[in-house]
Design a binder for this molecule. Structure first.
Ligand SMILES: [Zn+2]
Length: 236
C-alpha cells in the first residue's frame, strides 16, 4: 500500500504541488467542485496507469483536503482497483488510534467524498458502503467502460446500494449519496483510448449483435486516440 501513498506524496510535490493547498476550495458550486476533483482523479489515473486510468481521490468535503489517492494497480495485485487502493491508503494513513478500525476508525468517513473516474464495481461499491462515505462521485458508467472493451461486472452501484440494509431488513440511513456523469466525456475518452487493445473482431461482432453499433460509431467519431491524451496540469 505504501507505494500508492508515496506516489501521492511525490505527485503533490511535482505535478500538483498546489493540489495539497486545497486547490478545489471556494468554487461557486458543488458541480464545479466535483469537476475540479475529478480532473485530479483522472490525471492521477492517466499518470500512474494509462492502460487502466481508474484514478480515485478521497476528500474531506468539510475542509476541502484530499485525504488520500488511489489508482488501479493491477500489475501489483489484480484486486487493487482504484477505489480499493484508496481505501487501503486512507486506512494506512489514518489508522485507528485504539487499534479498532471497525468502531473507532482514524478517519471520520462520514465527511468523506469518494471521487473516481469510473463507476465503482460491486467490490468497490461494497467497500464505499461498508466504510460509510458520505458521497460517491464518478465519471463514466459501468456500461461505458464495458462497451469500450473492458470486462466488467455489469451491476450498477445504485443496485448494490439498494441491497444495503440494517438488521431486520431496515433501510441503511448512512447509505452514500451517488452522483455519476462528472466530466463524463473526459473519462469516457480516457477509457475508450486505454482499452483499444481489447477491441478485436469478437468485440465488434458482439457490439453489433447487441445493437450497439451507434455507440462504437460515436466513440470513434468523437475520441481520437492518436494524439497524446490530454493531461490536466492546472496551469503548470
Ligand atoms: Zn472496483
Amino acid at each position: 500500500m505504501r507505494i500508492f501513498y508515496l506516489g501521492s506524496i511525490i505527485l503533490c510535490f511535482t505535478l500538483f504541488n498546489f493540489v495539497c493547498a486545497k486547490v478545489c476550495e471556494g468554487l461557486e458550486s458543488i458541480r464545479a467542485t466535483d469537476e475540479c476533483y475529478m480532473k485530479i482523479a483522472l490525471s492521477f489515473g492517466l499518470t500512474h496507469n494509462p492502460k487502466a486510468p481508474f484514478g480515485t481521490l478521497i476528500v474531506d468535503h468539510t475542509t476541502n483536503e484530499i485525504s488520500c489517492y488511489g489508482v488501479n494497480s493491477n500489475k501489483k495485485n489484480t484486486l487493487l482497483h482504484g477505489e480499493t487502493a484508496a481505501f487501503w491508503n486512507c486506512t494506512e494513513l489514518y489508522p485507528s488510534p485504539t487499534d479498532n478500525d471497525m468502531f473507532n476508525p482514524g478517519l471520520n468517513w462520514s465527511i468523506q467524498t469518494l471521487y473516481t473516474t469510473g463507476e465503482p464495481c460491486p467490490m468497490c461499491a461494497s467497500q464505499a458502503i461498508y466504510r460509510g462515505v458520505h458521497r460517491v462521485v464518478w465519471g463514466s458508467t459501468v456500461e461505458d467502460i464495458n462497451y469500450s472493451g473492458c470486462p466488467q461486472l455489469m451491476i450498477n452501484m445504485v443496485d448494490v446500494l439498494a441491497t444495503s440494509k440494517l438488521g431486520g431488513n431496515r433501510p441503511n440511513p448512512k447509505a452514500p449519496i451517488l452522483e455519476g456523469g462528472i466530466l463524463k466525456d473526459d473519462c469516457d475518452r480516457a477509457f475508450w483510448c486505454a482499452f483499444s487493445s481489447f477491441r478485436g473482431k469478437s468485440y465488434y461482432e458482439a457490439m453489433k449483435k447487441e445493437g450497439l453499433e451507434d455507440f462504437v460509431k460515436d466513440r470513434h467519431a468523437r475520441f481520437s486516440c492518436d494524439a497524446k491524451l490530454k493531461m490536466y496540469h492546472y496551469g503548470l
